[in-house]
Design a protein around this ligand. Structure first.
Ligand code: TMP
Length: 225
């Protein structure tokens, strides 16, 4: 079986950039890597992503939103994540089940037990071995995210970025609560610096964690060997 790593954090925390940098480091060390993301990651789930992130769809109810995330995840896990892990690859996924707990649970206030059950159903109990939480203040993340959206020419995926500061604060607190509850799975990295500073922190955190997980190959990558 391969090794499953997820990246999480609030809008504009820099997780997507850090995931790409890790992919480059792993591939340079001849690791086979599958990079994917949620919501989306395969054609059917990408169509659900378009519905979920379009700011025109402000009428989506919190429950419908939750079920759409679960449906997209069920498709994505079966079609992309499980096959890649069975091929022995390292899977790097930009957001996964923790995002549902943080956004729909802590952000929207939906029942955390229901979310947990839906996550279990949608994933068939496939869980990341490691989750990198890139944490930063909501003001920092949101100003980066909104600047990126302004610079985007195509479809603007901004339904969540347009939520209130309070919503994003709840999401951030949700992520930090998860990290505290599952310290063996999470590494938390400060994402308030620039890409390079954060990259060094991610590298060091992963190197330490991989060593303790006994993933010698990946540990060597992080150590720059
Ligand atoms: P992205 O901007 O990182 O691509 O994520 C898409 C948005 O979807 C982001 O605002 C967070 C949100 N989201 C949820 O609300 N629940 C989820 O389960 C997932 C995976 C994402």
């Amino acid at each position: 079986m391969g090794f499953f790593i997820t990246f999480e954090g609030i809008e504009g925390c820099g997780k997507t950039t850090q995931l790409r940098l890790l992919k480059e480091r792993l591939e340079a060390a001849a690791e086979k890597v599958t990079v994917t993301r949620e919501p989306g990651g395969c054609p059917v789930a990408d169509q659900m992503r378009a519905i979920l992130l379009d700011a025109k769809n402000s009428a989506i109810t919190p429950l419908a939103e939750l079920l759409l995330y679960a449906a997209a995840r069920a498709q994505h896990v079966q079609e992309v994540i499980v096959p890649a892990l069975e091929r022995g690859e390292t899977v790097l996924c930009d957001r996964f089940t923790d995002a549902t707990v943080a956004y729909q649970g802590h952000g929207r206030g939906l029942d955390l037990t229901v979310i947990e059950e839906l996550n279990t159903l949608a994933t068939g109990r496939v869980q990341p071995a490691l989750t990198v939480l890139i944490d930063c203040p909501v003001e920092v993340g949101l100003s980066r995210a909104l600047a990126r959206i302004e610079a985007t020419s195509g479809a603007k995926e901004e339904r969540f970025e347009r939520e209130s500061l309070l919503f994003h604060q709840k999401v951030r607190n949700g992520y930090l609560t998860l990290a505290a509850a599952f310290p063996e799975r999470f590494v938390v990295v400060d994402g308030s610096g620039d890409v390079q500073q954060t990259g060094l922190l991610v590298e060091e955190a992963l190197r330490q964690r991989m060593q303790s997980l006994g993933k010698a190959g990946l540990a060597a990558v992080k150590a720059g060997c």
